[in-house]
Design a protein around this ligand. Structure first.
Ligand code: ATP
Ligand code: HSE
Length: 323
């Protein structure tokens, strides 16, 4: 449940007076999500999402996130459009938190995506990569290779409560990834968290991408590897190559992976599995019992990491030979 900060109707009325969005009809907290507090607002002008940015979002990054959504929407990508205030700004404050309103997108996220959905997501990711070209602001990825060791250091002492032997395994992994992480692959704006709960579908078609709050500049193929991790494994932990093939085909149909990206994919997938393992591990060890947030299982990503370590060639993910 993600309403960390509650708001009163009076506070909301004062906040909304800065916008040209009609009169408030109703509002309610949204239970999904783990990062920020989100509310669904209905006004006489339509429906909107109000977000109060919480602990993990640095307010200095907000112009990047909000500007990016505006840029991508301007390029025709289906993503939320930040609502401008009467003074033309997009950022505000509510209940002591930075806050913004974005347009409401129709659709719902899929609890059990199939291969055809993975194809759609691959294509949508590539469209986002293409649309991100020309966005003038930049943001380094704090959760890429240089960020993993400091993150690990925050959990290291208690990591073996999750699984004995973890310390040696993760340190070996970090050494190996730090020594071989590529830097010369095509880069641009990446979503960096395009999990099923951040992709809306209407029927079998993608109707929108949401949650750009990890977006940054990084290797485009790293984003592809994040999607492989997030979309192509089954509940029992096995990799579904049909889904992998569909996702990569979908991506390739819009933007072709280069040879160097293809070679690097298994390494990138190890890195992205480690990234989600580390954030989940930290949350697992620090979120108090009884908190209203659903803790995500770090071991799911440990199993993926081990899987990727065995992969020798991206063809094992279903990546086809280039013509
Ligand atoms: N533009 C939008 N249109 C419709 N619904 C939205 C929109 N943005 C967010 N939501 C709803 O709010 C929920 C939480 O949003 P979001 O994923 O951005 O939150 P978060 O706290 O950043 O979570 P997480 O990082 O865990 O995914 C979504 O699952 C969706 O139900
Ligand atoms: N998508 C992330 C959580 C939000 O960043 C995860 O599943 O660990």
């Amino acid at each position: 449940m993600a309403v960390y900060t509650d708001i009163t109707e009076d506070e909301l009325a004062v906040f909304l007076a800065d916008y040209d969005v009609g009169t408030l009809l109703s509002y309610k907290g949204i239970a999904e999500g783990v990062e920020n507090s989100n509310f669904l607002l209905h006004t006489t002008a339509g429906s909107f999402i109000l977000t109060l940015y919480e602990k993990r979002v640095d307010r200095r990054d907000l112009p990047f996130f909000l500007g990016l959504m505006e840029h991508l929407a301007g390029q025709g990508l289906n993503c939320p459009l930040p609502i401008r205030k009467r003074d033309d700004g997009v950022l505000s404050e509510l209940a002591g938190r930075p806050a913004a309103m974005i347009s409401f997108l129709e659709g719902m996220w899929l609890r059990r995506p199939r291969a055809e959905h993975c194809r759609e997501v691959g294509a949508a990711l590539a469209r986002m990569h293409v649309a991100g070209d020309g966005f003038e602001l930049g943001r380094a990825n704090a959760l890429s290779v240089s960020g993993w060791r400091p993150l690990w250091d925050m959990s290291r002492d208690r990591a073996e409560t999750v699984e004995p032997g973890l310390v040696a395994e993760i340190e070996r992994e970090l050494d190996s990834l730090e020594a071989s992480w590529p830097s010369n692959l095509p880069s641009g704006v990446i979503h960096a968290d395009l999990f099923p709960d951040n992709v809306f579908f209407l029927g079998d078609e993608v109707s929108g991408l949401i949650d750009f709050y990890f977006a940054c500049n990084d290797l485009l193929a790293y984003d592809v590897s994040i999607c492989l991790n997030a979309w192509c494994f089954e509940k029992d932990g096995s990799f579904n190559m049909t889904k992998g093939m569909a996702l990569l085909d979908g991506y390739d149909s819009v933007r072709k992976l280069t040879d160097a990206e293809r070679v690097a994919l298994p390494l990138l997938a190890r890195g992205s599995a480690l990234r989600f393992f580390l954030t989940r591990l930290y949350d697992w060890l620090t979120t108090p019992e009884g908190a209203l947030v659903v803790k995500k299982d770090p071991k799911e990503y440990l199993r993926r990491l081990r899987f990727h370590r065995q992969i020798k060639d991206a063809a094992e993910y279903g990546l086809r030979e280039t013509a």
